[in-house]
Design a protein around this ligand. Structure first.
Ligand code: ARG
Length: 456
């Protein structure tokens, strides 16, 4: 079978060049989008007076068979097939004869590929958003159930203040909620149909673009044919959005890796998401979390590489644009798998509240001690200093903050009285942080409710 574009050629393509040029090995996953696009386009060709109803019907039947061959795994790839578009058209031609040659009237692979990729990504992005919603759901349910457990919160990886375990979970969940919103809000820019742009100058047969777009479920038409065939912003945006989501997953994974070490011991991973060592029998390694962390580097690389590819390309279509596919496919597959794995990790994680408790030391209440004096009318800058002196006093006396006697405290400020004892409760500390977004029980429940409403 000759190449679709072979008319002006006399020489054959170098075999290595054919392999270099082809994209079918990876773009065949768009077979369904390509066929849907052709079905809608041929209906448009009837309206434009290029195809009769019978010709269109024969094309639709033929495309139905091609689709069936792909789904059943019986589609036979020929050595000359270059990409999914040429492969489908070649096969259609074999199945229904020369009328297949009318399908591409006024269309170019340039507007075709841009349309196919958008159709493919619209479906893929729906799957990814669903996986993200499921992960958020698992996190929020855990946060609700485990609200009573308190552990240290960290800054600089140094114990800072007591927080609810649920507050920690929701801190990471909040990032995922914004990832979901970014994916959702990119839809109007993704759901734009370039078909009808031709190679670059537009379609000469008055193809009914609105009708085709409606049939394919696109929200709008590309504004300009030159931009329509070359715009890959929807891919760049998707790569950024998924990279940022992967960065969030990576940071969350890093916290859990640290918390699962014997030194912290706050959580244990289920066997289902851990692996052992080939030499050290005692080891149980958090490979799932490490891979989640590692794969964020991979998606970042896809994004950076693709933006670099884009930056030097002249107007409209250039073959460089074929390099949009592997980064996109890889990033979409990577994030989807990561979301599923992470959901499993979170759903099966065991927590150790007694270890969390044991890590709560009195010094975590030094801020509360300063705030106690604030409530007695001392300016915060002074109370910060006084509380700091109390920490030092405890350290020097090899005791803890709560064991300092009232007399000792009163040497630092006369405002200390009997009720200072109440400061030394981790429950009181978290309950005092009762603003929206705080770590009190009410504030955490409120976050749970807000997140649920946002991801519905
Ligand atoms: N496989 C090509 C791609 O992915 C399809 C478009 C080819 N267009 C062309 N003018 N050679 O970009």
């Amino acid at each position: 079978m000759a190449k679709l574009w072979g008319g002006r050629f006399t020489g054959a393509t170098d075999p290595l060049m054919h392999e270099f040029n082809q994209s079918l090995s990876y773009d065949q996953r768009m077979y369904d989008a390509d066929i849907r696009g052709s079905i809608a386009y041929s209906a448009g060709l009837v309206k434009a007076g290029i195809l009769t109803e019978e010709e269109c019907k024969s094309i639709h039947d033929g495309l139905g068979k091609v689709l069936q061959e792909w789904t059943s795994g019986t589609f036979k790839i020929e050595a000359t097939d270059e990409d999914i578009h040429t492969a489908n058209e070649r096969r259609l031609n074999e199945l229904i004869g020369p009328v297949a040659g009318k399908l591409h009237t006024g269309r170019s692979r340039n507007d075709q590929v841009a349309t196919d990729m958008r159709l493919w990504l619209i479906d893929e992005s729906a799957k990814i958003r669903q996986a993200l919603r499921d992960l958020i759901d698992v996190l929020v349910n855990r946060a609700e159930k485990e609200i009573d457990h308190i552990l240290p919160g960290y800054t600089h990886l140094q114990r800072a203040q007591p927080i609810r375990w649920s507050h920690f979970l929701l801190s990471h969940t909040a990032n995922l909620v914004s990832d979901l919103s970014r994916l959702d809000s990119s839809l109007p820019r993704l759901s734009v149909m370039p078909l009808g742009s031709g190679a670059m100058a537009g379609n000469p047969f008055a193809i009914p673009r609105e009708q085709i777009a409606e049939q394919l479920g696109f929200q709008s038409l590309s504004l300009n044919s030159m931009q329509g065939v070359s715009d890959r912003d929807f891919i760049a945006e998707f790569l950024f959005t998924t990279t940022l989501a992967m960065v969030h997953i990576s940071r969350f994974a890093e916290d859990l890796i640290i918390y699962s070490s014997a030194e912290f011991g706050f959580v244990s991973l289920s066997d289902a998401y851990s692996t052992g060592s080939s030499i050290m029998p005692q080891k149980k390694n958090p490979d799932s979390l490490e891979l989640l962390r590692g794969k964020s580097g991979r998606t970042f690389g896809q994004m950076a590489g693709f933006l670099m590819t884009l930056k030097g390309i002249p107007s409209t279509y250039n073959k460089d644009l074929q390099e949009d596919k592997e980064p996109l496919f890889d990033a979409a597959e990577t994030i989807h798998r990561c979301l599923l794995i992470f959901q499993g990790v979170i759903a099966t994680l065991t927590i150790h509240p007694e270890k969390m408790r044991a890590a709560l030391t009195d010094d975590l209440l030094a801020t509360d001690l300063a705030e106690y004096l604030v409530r007695k009318g001392t300016p915060f800058r002074e109370t910060h200093h006084i509380s700091g002196s109390a920490v030092r006093l405890a350290e020097e006396g090899k005791t803890s903050l709560s064991k300092l006697t009232l007399e000792q405290l009163q040497t630092l400020s006369p405002k200390f009285s009997e009720d200072v004892k109440e400061v030394f409760s981790f429950e009181t500390s978290v309950e005092r942080r009762d603003v929206p977004g705080g770590t009190s029980k009410r504030a955490v429940h409120e976050q749970v409710a807000k997140i649920r409403a946002l991801v519905k």
